[in-house]
Design a protein around this ligand. Structure first.
Ligand SMILES: [Zn+2]
Length: 390
């Protein structure tokens, strides 16, 4: 149940002066460790899945476990697509259960970043899902040595940030003020004055990528100046690897022996950050400030006239394909009544990501075409109701 609206969660953090850990997960061990830490610390948490990591695991399967973990949590949880690479990535992520998305156009020139981000915002807001944009370039790759990916650091300016937010409608902004993705040598120098100016100008939750390896007082300065979400992966990855090396040194041979305790190592590192960033102990206050994430079951029961059963099922198959691709549709099922004498022979069960999807689905051109040409003319005898669920 405590899957919550991420916009409410980060607004609470921003307003009351703490940052939520957005921990990238790459395996069940990470998922377990992150959630154990959040539960022990009574901390709100963001389960983050980065598209650059999708070659390490099956995103669809990982999302099933991630949604299950969020739904059984007692602390507020949001599920976020980190560094989505395209509009389609964001659509897919929302279909699989992400209730926050980031599409990263920060490597593009300003106008192109605006255009690509705005497209994602229009789609995601139509699904009730908030969007993180990034302006200014944070070089490097999650979990790798920063010096292997020496991109040009390009810092965010307050003027550009204000224009970007106004033109795109993003809900959170990742800023570049000196951090680098991955492992760095030495402590990065942060431009806190720049951050303070951006925060004063925008007054919205700011996000830091490349959160690994900062000094404690640097984290505190970030949070004091508007940072409400910190993306964190490299240190978790290193802690997990250290646990595996320790097991190997003690003679562990098989996979289960080598990975024994990885979730404990991840948990310990998350707990350290939850305490440092002030999210520990905030679960109840945050939960009270957040709308729960509710989905919608769009239920249609119907009979056909003028076509036979085989044709009805063929059209249902087409509907499943066409309607299932509309943004905000999480699941689409078509069924035939078990009993031949049922009052209604067929059913559609269509799960929407959020109530906002209902109207947008109805007016989506693919839905309009299918409904007008293939469904309504043969299914006048029908009942259709939207139920809020979850
Ligand atoms: Zn990042």
């Amino acid at each position: 149940m405590p899957l919550v609206n991420m916009k409410d969660m980060l607004a609470h953090a921003h307003r009351t002066g703490y940052a939520v850990g957005a921990y990238d997960l790459v395996s069940l061990h990470f998922l377990e460790g992150i959630m154990e830490a959040a539960e022990c610390d009574r901390a709100p948490v963001i389960l983050s899945l980065a598209e650059s990591h999708f070659r390490h695991f099956d995103f669809t399967l990982a999302m099933a476990a991630t949604v299950a973990a969020a739904r059984r949590a007692s602390v507020p949880v949001a599920i976020h697509l980190d560094h989505g690479e395209s509009l389609q990535s964001a659509i897919d992520a929302i279909r699989l259960g992400c209730n926050g998305v980031m599409v990263d156009g920060s490597h593009l020139p300003f106008a192109e970043n605006v255009a690509c981000t705005r497209e994602v915002v229009e789609m995601a807001h139509g699904c009730g899902v908030p969007v993180e944009g990034e302006l200014g370039y944070v070089p490097g790759v999650e979990g790798e040595d920063a010096k292997l990916h020496p991109g040009e650091l390009s810092m965010t300016t307050p003027e550009e940030a204000a224009a970007f937010v106004a033109q795109t409608g993003v809900d959170f902004l990742a800023v570049s003020i000196g951090t680098v993705h991955g492992r760095m040598q030495g402590t990065p120098r942060l431009d806190i004055e720049r951050l303070a100016a951006i925060n004063a100008r925008l007054d919205m939750p700011l996000v830091i990528h490349g959160g690994t390896g900062l000094a404690d007082e640097q984290y505190r300065a970030l949070i004091a100046n508007g940072v409400a979400k910190i993306n964190y992966f490299t240190a978790l990855s290193d802690a997990a690897a250290e646990a595996i090396r320790r097991n190997a040194a003690q003679g562990a041979k098989g996979y289960t022996g080598l990975t024994e305790g990885v979730h404990v190592a991840v948990e310990a590192e998350c707990r350290r950050m939850n305490a440092l960033w002030g999210s520990a102990g905030k679960a109840d206050a945050c939960l009270a400030a957040c709308r729960p994430w509710r989905e919608v079951e769009h239920l249609i029961i119907y009979n056909v006239a003028g076509i036979d059963e085989a044709e009805a099922l063929e059209r249902a198959e087409e509907g499943r394909r066409v309607l299932g691709a509309i943004p905000g549709v999480r699941r689409i099922e078509h069924g035939v009544a078990l009993r031949p004498d049922a009052r209604y022979r067929f059913a559609w069960l269509i799960r929407f990501a959020a109530p906002e999807v209902v109207g947008n689905y109805r007016t989506h051109p693919d839905h309009v075409r299918f409904a007008d040409e293939k469904f309504r003319p043969v299914a006048a005898d029908r009942i259709s109701i939207d139920y809020e669920v979850g």
